[in-house]
Write a protein that binds this ligand. Structure first.
Ligand SMILES: Cc1cc2nc3c(=O)[nH]c(=O)nc-3n(C[C@H](O)[C@H](O)[C@H](O)COP(=O)(O)OP(=O)(O)OC[C@H]3O[C@@H](n4cnc5c(N)ncnc54)[C@H](O)[C@@H]3O)c2cc1C
Length: 306
């Protein structure tokens, strides 16, 4: 591992929040270092169609908006390390950030690391079936002509269904009595002939039968009789892939215990900033993430230039 190097500001994550923070910092003559472990654009790349981000009256595909963000990010020649931050610690007024290429120190740290999918703990999944069970839609975006079951009834489940239905047949299974997504998404799903939505259904077990996934049901109200062609099986539901979209939680697993203990203090001192989804439990939106990143950057620049 190389020796420690010092940075003015380190940003963890290049989703909308991290990108907005980095652009604003560069715009204010501060030179941040951004870590991104996957792709620039973050979760926005998984969103089907964004209709509530100002400036795009006709709406824009999540992937296309992410590409525009990336273009601007590149235009500013922002330094980005395509590495995962494994550990962030804090001592004597400085953060130390550890990644595969070494350790770096900084006085200001922006956490824009977004969220990670909540895992399922209710459904028993056999080892053989687990290869076809997913939590990230990116893993199945290239499928064609498959039968996909999505568990969940929120915005993400309905949005993923619309995306996947362009090449596949999709079944959404929700536990609740009614969907928990935006009305516009619900209507879109109802109008889509390749998506079927069933409410008040719970899966108990997932196994493999005759080389296909078999979902055994725990709770259902008269759905089996109405299953679409290709998904019926006398023992439950059959499918090629299963995607859980049952919520997301902040991605902060790389923080040391010391930072976790001092979190409130470091935030109040304006040295540590949570920007975007990672800090927003309820309202997770692109514009909010951008605003958070921008604000963090403006506060940091103001302190650096004093
Ligand atoms: C299906 C779906 C539909 C959506 N539709 C809309 C919509 O219509 N309108 C809207 O406004 N919003 C929508 N959203 C929400 C929007 O995508 C998010 O609010 C936004 O992407 C959050 O930005 P962020 O920068 O906070 O986090 P993210 O976009 O999650 O970015 C975080 C980044 O940090 C990186 N990272 C994490 N940990 C590390 C680490 N340790 N080291 C290095 N890098 C790390 C990740 O790889 C990721 O790139 C949708 C989301 C989904 C899933």
């Amino acid at each position: 591992m190389s020796a420690m190097t010092d940075e003015e500001v380190i940003v963890v994550g290049a989703g909308p929040a991290g990108i907005a923070a980095a652009i604003q910092l560069k715009h204010s003559d501060v030179n941040p270092l951004v870590f991104e472990k996957e792709r620039i654009g973050g979760l926005l790349r998984s969103a089907n169609f964004i209709e509530n981000y100002p400036g795009f009256p006709e709406g824009i595909k999540g992937r296309c908006l992410a590409e525009r963000f990336e273009q601007q990010f590149k235009k500013y020649k922002i330094r980005v390390l395509k590495e995962e931050v494994k550990i962030a610690d804090y001592s004597s007024g400085l953060f130390s950030i550890g990644s595969p290429s070494g350790k770096r120190r900084t006085k200001y740290l922006v956490l824009a690391s977004g969220t990670t999918p909540s895992e399922n703990f209710d459904v028993a999944i056999s080892g053989a079936a687990s290869k076809r069970v997913h939590y990230n839609v990116e893993e199945i975006l290239n499928l064609y002509g498959k039968r996909i079951v999505i568990v969940g009834a929120g915005d993400a489940a309905f949005d993923y269904a619309v995306t996947l239905s362009s090449e596949n047949d999709v079944l959404i299974l929700g536990r609740s009595k009614s969907p928990r997504c935006l009305l516009v998404l619900y209507k879109r799903v109802l109008a889509n002939k390749k998506i079927y939505y069933f409410r008040e259904v719970e899966i108990g077990k997932v196994d493999i039968k005759n080389g296909e996934l078999l979902l055994k049901l725990k709770k259902e109200k008269s759905m089996k009789a109405n299953l679409p062609k290709g998904f019926e099986d006398k023992d439950g539901i059959t499918a090629d892939h299963l995607l859980f979209a049952i919520g997301r939680k902040p991605r902060l697993d790389f923080l040391s215990e010391r930072i976790e203990r001092k979190m409130a203090f470091l935030e109040s001192e304006r040295r540590l900033f949570l920007a975007g989804d990672v800090g927003n439990l309820l309202y997770r939106q692109v514009a909010i993430s951008v605003g958070d990143g921008l604000r963090a950057a403006m506060e940091i620049a103001e302190r650096i230039h004093v």
